[in-house]
Design a protein around this ligand. Structure first.
Ligand SMILES: Nc1ncnc2c1ncn2[C@@H]1O[C@H](COP(=O)(O)OP(=O)(O)OP(=O)(O)O)[C@@H](O)[C@H]1O
Ligand SMILES: [Mg+2]
Length: 266
C-alpha cells in the first residue's frame, strides 16, 4: 500500500512503545514540556493504526458533561447527547486526553471510573445504563512537567491508570536539525545548528530559572522558515528567540540579546 511520507520523525522509538502498549491493552501517558511533539506523536500513531482519533484538550473549564454527555430537550422530549468519552468507548476509538493534569477533580473522578481495568462506566446522567468499552478502545494522555505554569499534580490513582510512561523531552541537536529540516528547505545547515544551539542555551537557562521562558521546537521550526524566506540569521534569531523576553522587562531581554550577539554577531 502506498503511504504518504509523514513529517513526524520517531526519534526515540515512541511509536513502537505505543504499539506494544496498545497490544497489551495498557494506557499510555506522555510527559514532556511544551512543543516537544506530544500531539504529533499521538496523531502519527493514530494514522499508523488507522484509528479514529478523538481528542479532549483539558482546562479548568472542562466539565463532566463534555466527557460523559448532557441531557437535551427537543420538542418536549428529553434525550441524551453522549460526550466524547462515551462515544470513544462505544466506537473503540483512540481517545487522546491532552494536558489531563489541567482537569478539575470531579472530571478526573469520572475518568477514573472509565479507565479502571473493567473499562466501563455507569451513565448515571441518563438511563443508568452501563457502558462497556469496545475492546479496541485505547487511551493516551499527556501532561506537562509540574514546572509548567498552571499545571497541577495528577492524582496518584489516575497516574496508575497509565502504566506506560513515555518521556518526550527536547531532542538532541542532530535530531532537532533533522526534524526542523522536514519543515524548511535544507540549504542552511550551519545556521540552523546555530539556532538550535541558541534554543538549547535558552532551554537550559530556563530549566535553572535564570530565564522565564523556554523555546520549543515550534521556535526552531519558525527560525528555519524565516531563513528560508531570506532573512539573515541574526535578525531571525532576535525575532523568534529574543523579542519574547521583553515581556519580562529590559534586563531579561538584554540577557538574551547578549547571548544572541555572542552567537550571531552584532
Ligand atoms: N519528532 C517530530 N517530528 C516532526 N515534527 C515534530 C516532531 N516533534 C515536534 N515536531 C513539530 O514541532 C511542533 C510542536 O509539536 P507538537 O504540537 O506535537 O508538540 P506538543 O508537545 O504537543 O506541544 P504542547 O505541549 O504545546 O501541546 C509541531 O509543528 C510538530 O509538528
Ligand atoms: Mg500538544
Amino acid at each position: 500500500m502506498l503511504q504518504a511520507a509523514s513529517t513526524y520523525l520517531d526519534w526515540n522509538n515512541s511509536i513502537d512503545i505505543l504499539n506494544k502498549a496498545y497490544d497489551a491493552g495498557l494506557f499510555a501517558l506522555i510527559i514532556g514540556p511544551k512543543g516537544t511533539g506530544k500531539t504529533s506523536l499521538v496523531r502519527e500513531f493514530a494514522a499508523k493504526k488507522s484509528a479514529n482519533l478523538e481528542s479532549v484538550n483539558f482546562s479548568l473549564r472542562t466539565r463532566e458533561s463534555h466527557l460523559v454527555g448532557a441531557k437535551t430537550l427537543t420538542d418536549g422530549s428529553i434525550g441524551f447527547d453522549e460526550g466524547i468519552l462515551i462515544r470513544s468507548m462505544r466506537e473503540g476509538s483512540l481517545l487522546y486526553l491532552d494536558e489531563i493534569n489541567a482537569a478539575e477533580a470531579d472530571v478526573l473522578l469520572r475518568l477514573d471510573e472509565a479507565l479502571d481495568d473493567r473499562r466501563q462506566i455507569v451513565l448515571k446522567e441518563s438511563t443508568g445504563e452501563m457502558i462497556k468499552a469496545n475492546e479496541k478502545w485505547f487511551v493516551v494522555a499527556t501532561i506537562n512537567p509540574l514546572t509548567h505554569v498552571g499545571t497541577k499534580e495528577l492524582p496518584p490513582q489516575i497516574l496508575s491508570r497509565f502504566p506506560i510512561r513515555i518521556r518526550l523531552d527536547y531532542p538532541p541537536e542532530e535530531t532537532e536539525l533533522q526534524i526542523v529540516k522536514r519543515y524548511a528547505s535544507s540549504g542552511h545547515d550551519e545556521k540552523l545548528i546555530q539556532g538550535i544551539k541558541l534554543a538549547n542555551t535558552l532551554r537550559q537557562a530556563a530549566a535553572v530559572e535564570e530565564l522565564y521562558y523556554s523555546p520549543s521546537l515550534r521556535e526552531t521550526i519558525a527560525f528555519a522558515k524565516l531563513l528560508d524566506s531570506g532573512m539573515n540569521a541574526r535578525e531571525a534569531a532576535v525575532i523568534v528567540f529574543g523579542n519574547v523576553y521583553s515581556q519580562w522587562g529590559n534586563v531579561e531581554y538584554q540577557k538574551v540579546n547578549d547571548i544572541i550577539t555572542s552567537m550571531f554577531g552584532s
